[in-house]
Design a protein around this ligand. Structure first.
Ligand code: TXA
Ligand code: MG
Length: 326
């Protein structure tokens, strides 16, 4: 029997009963559990084979719900949340007593976000009516691997674990943004970007009037900050568009539509814009693995706007793989 379900009511029943359910968001699919159920939260780490000290993001229905999980937000961060939520922004702030050590990895801060997907917002509101104030949801992939952007991706990574345990995947179609949310540290006077995403530094500067500090990878608190992450089985290689020789056979190619495919390579995607590039990147890398390609060559769009986040994810995917983190 398939673990894929289409009815948010069924997902409510599962989650309220202490089961796991993968949920659609605008960024990537998350593997969700009731944030107040420590047994269910423990199973997320087991399912993903994720180290226990990697903190989780709490997903909530709206800003008032988010404020319950933190002690307070600086004015600039509240303003940002008012404009960007629901949307691909995660705020990290000093935690309230609701956020357990299990969720935060023992840190004094907690990450919160309001995802922008109609099914999941509906789900979060229905859970709140039952007294469940948030869902923890890391990306629904095995630790270190490519995040899932549709329900089938979740099944191919976690399907047997979910089936054995009576868990499910709520199918909400393909994710529109396609890469994980921007993570912003909101404990001080200035916004600090810990992980770039679709809410760019420029957007944050415009909305807050503050200078933004970019600190991706400076902290092991962010699991995506490990060297090899978001990685398919194929070797990922970032190349300049002019690079024409030395491509290995049985390899794939991803670049903006105007860049022609080098001879002998399999075109995996031809996105028209940088946003389209982000939304098809993970799906295309997974497709490369299905075709059992040896290498996947990427020509990246300019590293401005969302291009910054694409460069971040592509660079992690291109790192040599460390055993135990693949
Ligand atoms: O778009 C997203 O953010 C997706 C969807 C499902 O919402 N979620 C996601 O979760 O990417 P995950 O667990 O794969 O990545 C969340 C990141 C982790 O790298 C974690 O270290 C970081 O958030 N994080 C969580 N709490 C934190 C904290 N208190 N301080 C710093 N980083 C934190
Ligand atoms: Mg992840």
């Amino acid at each position: 029997m398939s673990v894929i379900i289409a009815d948010p009511e069924a997902a409510v029943t599962l989650l309220a009963g202490g089961n796991l359910c993968a949920i659609p968001t605008e960024t990537v699919y998350g593997l969700a559990a009731d944030a107040s159920n420590s047994k269910a939260v423990a199973r997320i780490f087991a399912a993903k084979r994720r180290p226990l000290n990697h903190p989780l993001i709490v997903h909530v229905a709206d800003l008032p719900a988010a404020l319950k999980w933190v002690q307070s937000l600086p004015d600039w961060a509240e303003k940002l949340a008012q404009t960007c939520w629901p949307g691909p922004l995660t705020l990290v702030a000093n935690r309230s007593e609701l956020a357990s050590d299990q969720i935060t990895g023992g840190q004094d801060t907690v990450a919160v976000r309001v995802p922008n997907h109609p099914l999941t917002l509906d789900l979060l509101r229905k859970l709140r009516e039952r007294g469940i104030l948030g869902l923890v949801a890391p990306s629904a992939n095995l630790f270190g691997q490519v995040s899932p952007t549709n329900a089938q991706h979740v099944v191919s990574d976690l399907g047997s674990y979910l089936a054995e345990n009576g868990d499910a995947v709520l199918d909400g179609g393909s994710c529109s943004v396609g890469i994980e949310s921007t993570i912003v540290l909101a404990t001080g006077e200035q916004p600090v970007i810990l992980r770039p995403g679709a809410i760019t530094g420029e957007i944050i500067e415009t909305l807050t009037g503050k200078n933004v500090v970019l600190e991706p990878g400076n902290t092991p608190r962010v699991s995506g900050a490990l060297d090899s992450h978001y990685a398919p089985s194929a070797e990922v290689k970032i190349v300049a568009s002019s690079h024409a020789d030395n491509y290995l056979p049985k390899s794939g190619f991803i670049a903006l539509a105007q860049i022609p495919t080098p001879e002998g390579l399999v075109r995996l995607a031809s996105p028209e814009t940088a946003s389209d590039f982000a939304s098809c990147l993970y799906q295309s890398m997974r497709y490369g693995d299905e075709l059992k390609l040896v290498n996947i060559y990427l020509v990246l769009p300019d590293a401005t706007g969302i291009g910054e986040a694409i460069k971040d994810r592509a660079s992690k995917a291109a790192q040599p793989k460390v055993r135990g983190n693949s």
